[in-house]
Design a binder for this molecule. Structure first.
Ligand SMILES: Cc1cc2nc3c(=O)[nH]c(=O)nc-3n(C[C@H](O)[C@H](O)[C@H](O)COP(=O)(O)OP(=O)(O)OC[C@H]3O[C@@H](n4cnc5c(N)ncnc54)[C@H](O)[C@@H]3O)c2cc1C
Length: 411
C-alpha cells in the first residue's frame, strides 16, 4: 500500500527589513507574547523556524532624517534603527544575506552572504527590500554616472561618504577661482531635501539642482510647489530645468555634467537622486513587473502573477491605484501586510487594503524649518519641522532597541 503523502508545512520568507516588515515583525512579536490571541499557523511556523528574514544586517537608515543629518542638525546614529531586539522578539530566523536572485516559478531565492552563495526554498514570500540604484542601471540612464556620481542608495553608504564630501566642500579655498560645486541630479522630494541640506551644511558651496522638465515640486499641489521653489531661491540653490545626459571626468578632479541643449556644468560632487530604481534581480524573477521593473501587485499587495508572493514599499507598484513611493506609504502597508501574510499562512484569503486618498508631504528645508502639504492645505515653518522630528523620532523609538534617543536638535 502506498504511504499517504505528507505535505510539509509552509515556509514564509521575508526579504528586506523595510518599513512594512517592521510592522510584520512587531505583530509576530506581539503574537508570540500572547499566543492565545495569535493565529495557530503563525505561532507554529515561528516555533518551527519556518519564517525566514533574509536581509543584510540588522539596521535600517531612516531616510526621513537623512537631510537633517546632512545639514548637521542631527547625529547620524539618531537616523539609524537598531533592529536586533525586534528581530529576536519576533521569532523569525534571520539569514544575514543579500538577495541577488529569485526564481518565482521554482519558489527559490538566491542570496549572497560574504563569499557564500545561498539558495533558499519558500512557499510564501514577502518582498520589502526597497528601491535600489544599481550602477549598471544608472550608467544606462546617464552614461558616466555609474562610476562618477555619489548615489543616494544604499543610504548607509551615502551617509558614510557624506562627511568626506562635506569636509572637502568646507576646506575648499575661499580664494579659489570658483566655489566648491555640488550638483544634485533629480528633483523629487528626496533630491530637493538633499540640495537644501547640502546648501545649509556648506553655505559657501555652489549647489545646483538638475531638475528636468517638470516644475520643481509639481508632485504636490501648485501652492506647495511655489513654496518649494521660493525656498530653493532663498537658500541660493540654482535650479536647472534641464535633464542630465551624461557625465565625464574633467580636469582637477571635477566632473563635467552634460545637459540638454548643449549646456555643461562642472562640479566637484555630482549626487544622483533621480529616484528609486528596481532591484536588477526582479527582472529575471518571472514575477509580473510594471514598465519600470517593479513588482506588480494587486490591492492585497499580492503579486499579479504569483499569488504566494507579496510585495510592498518602493519595490512594488499597485495595479489598482497610484501610490507614491514613500516611507509613509510603506508604513501604511505594514499592518495590512502582516494580516495578509498571517491569512496566507492560515490558508485564508488575503484582504484588500484601500489606498489613502491623500498623503502627507513634510519636506525639511535644511534651516530648521519644513514645508508641509496635506490635501489642499499647505504651510511652512519651524513648528512643522519640530512636528516632523517628533514623528520621525517616535517611529525610530518604536522599533529600535537602542536606549532613549538624545535630543540633539539644534535650534
Ligand atoms: C533623502 C530622502 C528623504 C526621504 N524622506 C522621506 C520622508 O520624509 N518621508 C517619506 O515617506 N519618504 C521619504 N523618502 C522615501 C523613502 O526613503 C522610501 O520611500 C522608503 O525608504 C521605502 O521604504 P521601503 O519599506 O520600501 O524600503 P527601505 O526602507 O528602503 O528598506 C529596504 C530594506 O531592504 C533591505 N535590502 C535592500 N536590498 C536588499 C537585498 N538585495 N536583499 C535583502 N534585503 C535588501 C535593506 O537593507 C533595507 O533593510 C525619502 C527618500 C530620500 C532619498
Amino acid at each position: 500500500m502506498a504511504s499517504p503523502s505528507v505535505k510539509s508545512p509552509p515556509v514564509l520568507a521575508l526579504v528586506g527589513l523595510g518599513h512594512a516588515h517592521l510592522f510584520v515583525l512587531e505583530q509576530f512579536a506581539a503574537w508570540r507574547k500572547k499566543p492565545s490571541q495569535a493565529p495557530f499557523a503563525v505561532t507554529s511556523a515561528l516555533a518551527d523556524g519556518r519564517v525566514l528574514l533574509i536581509t543584510p544586517g540588522t539596521t535600517l537608515v531612516y531616510s526621513g532624517m537623512v537631510p537633517s543629518v546632512m545639514a548637521g542638525r542631527m547625529a547620524a546614529e539618531e537616523a539609524q534603527l537598531d533592529l536586533r531586539e525586534l528581530i529576536a522578539k519576533s521569532g523569525v530566523v534571520h539569514v544575514n544575506a543579500s538577495v541577488n536572485g529569485l526564481e518565482a516559478g521554482k519558489r527559490l531565492i538566491h542570496a549572497r552572504r560574504g563569499n557564500e552563495l545561498l539558495t533558499l526554498r519558500y512557499d510564501m514570500l514577502s518582498l520589502n527590500a526597497g528601491g535600489a540604484m544599481p550602477s549598471a542601471v544608472c550608467e544606462a540612464q546617464i552614461p558616466g554616472s555609474g562610476e562618477l556620481a555619489l548615489k543616494l542608495r544604499p543610504m548607509e553608504r551615502f551617509l558614510a561618504l557624506w562627511p568626506r564630501l562635506l569636509e572637502q566642500a568646507q576646506s575648499h579655498p575661499t580664494d579659489a577661482a570658483a566655489p566648491y560645486a555640488i550638483a544634485v541630479i533629480g528633483a523629487g522630494a528626496g533630491g530637493i531635501e538633499i540640495a537644501l541640506a547640502a546648501k545649509a551644511a556648506a553655505p559657501a558651496a555652489s549647489v545646483s539642482l538638475v531638475a528636468g522638465h517638470q516644475p520643481v515640486g509639481s508632485f504636490g499641489g501648485a501652492v506647495f510647489a511655489k513654496r518649494i521653489q521660493l525656498e530653493l531661491a532663498r537658500a541660493g540653490v540654482h535650479v536647472l530645468p534641464l535633464r542630465a545626459l551624461r557625465m565625464e571626468a574633467a580636469a582637477s578632479g571635477q566632473t563635467e555634467l552634460q545637459l540638454e541643449g548643449g549646456a555643461r556644468l562642472h562640479c566637484h560632487a555630482p549626487i544622483l537622486a533621480h529616484g528609486s530604481q528596481a532591484h536588477t534581480w526582479l527582472a529575471e524573477s518571472g514575477l509580473a513587473l510594471d514598465e519600470r521593473g517593479f513588482a506588480s501587485v494587486n490591492d492585497c499587495y499580492q503579486s499579479t502573477s504569483h499569488a504566494e508572493v507579496f510585495a510592498v514599499g518602493d519595490m512594488a507598484t499597485r495595479s489598482d491605484a497610484t501610490i507614491p513611493r514613500s516611507g509613509v506609504a510603506a508604513v501604511r502597508a505594514g499592518p495590512a501586510l502582516a494580516a495578509n501574510l498571517s491569512a496566507a499562512l492560515s490558508g485564508a484569503a488575503p484582504k484588500p487594503h484601500p489606498p489613502q486618498s491623500r498623503y502627507l508631504y513634510l519636506l525639511a528645508t535644511g534651516n530648521g524649518q519644513a514645508i508641509a502639504q496635506w490635501g489642499g492645505f499647505c504651510a511652512s515653518g519651524r513648528l512643522l519641522m519640530a512636528w516632523k522630528n517628533h514623528i520621525d523620532r517616535r517611529f525610530v523609538a518604536r522599533f529600535s532597541s537602542s536606549s532613549p534617543l538624545p535630543n540633539t536638535d539644534k535650534p
